[in-house]
Design a protein around this ligand. Structure first.
Ligand code: APR
Length: 234
């Protein structure tokens, strides 16, 4: 059985990383147009760096929760049964990897990586970044940025994502409001190809009606329950 799982900020909420659009979510406290666009970075790079430095420091303090661990178990369990998990995340944290997931597709990039806009180098990055940080690869300063996808930029790995989606027997969305495309369109794409769909979330997402099955509750409870059912039924 091949399963495509899409995760959003809700899967990391109970690890203390917060979400974007919930009450007191990140975008209710910070303006994404001032901190998460290429124009914002060109206009005030150090303000953007300070925002991502703060998020990077929070991430380093965070721990994966039971939902991340359950999805790592699902990956191993499906492989043992000759199936496959394609784990696509909108999150820029590394909690899936730290929980043991071996293949994670980060369509919005990764907070613990930096990219040089001058030479294109992408490198692991756990420290603070500023306009004065020289690129370790080309030495250029002022062009090192978080390796994350900002509003107005193309998500990553879209060809591989759509290929995997069309090979899935089941599409499951976990912890996302379904408000940002193209990820919010994956459920319609799956339905259009006769693929069963399931939403696991704290509350109905913007596209809840498009899901064949809907499970609501905290991801750290709902995801392990669902994974347990999948692994005992396949
Ligand atoms: N368990 C399960 N779901 C939860 C939990 C939880 N403990 N807490 C919150 N949620 C759900 C919320 O109900 C909401 O539907 O997670 C969802 C989070 O939605 P958003 O805050 O919009 O986050 P997300 O859907 O990941 O945002 C998508 O928008 O700003 C961009 O790049 C950013 O990747 C992000 C994208």
């Amino acid at each position: 059985m091949n399963i495509f799982v899409l995760t959003g900020a809700g899967v990391s909420a109970q690890s203390g990383l917060g979400t974007f659009r919930d009450k007191d979510g990140l975008w209710s406290r910070f303006d994404p147009m001032k901190l998460a666009t290429p124009e914002a970075f060109a206009r005030s790079p150090n303000e953007v760096h300070a925002f991502y430095n703060m998020r990077r420091r929070n991430l380093i303090e965070a721990e994966p929760n039971a939902a991340h661990h359950a999805l790592a178990r699902l990956e191993a369990g499906l492989e043992e049964r000759g199936g496959k998990l394609f784990l696509c995340t909108q999150n820029i944290d590394d909690l899936h990897e730290r929980a043991g997931s071996r293949e994670v597709t980060h369509m919005h990039g990764e907070l613990l990586k930096a990219r040089c806009a001058a030479c294109g180098a992408i490198m692991p990055w756990c420290e603070d970044l500023s306009v004065d940080t020289p690129c370790p690869s080309c030495g250029d300063t002022g062009n090192l940025r978080p390796h994350v996808v900002w509003f107005g930029e193309m998500p990553l790995f879209m060809d591989a994502i759509y290929d995997a989606l069309l090979e899935a027997d089941l599409f499951v969305s976990v912890g996302t409001s379904g408000s940002v495309y193209p990820a919010a369109g994956f459920v319609a794409e799956a339905r259009g190809h006769g693929i069963r769909t399931c939403e696991i979330n704290l509350e109905p997402s913007d596209n809840a009606r498009q899901f064949d099955e809907r499970r609501y509750g905290p991801a750290s409870e709902a995801v392990p329950t669902w994974v347990g059912e999948i692994l005992t039924s396949t």
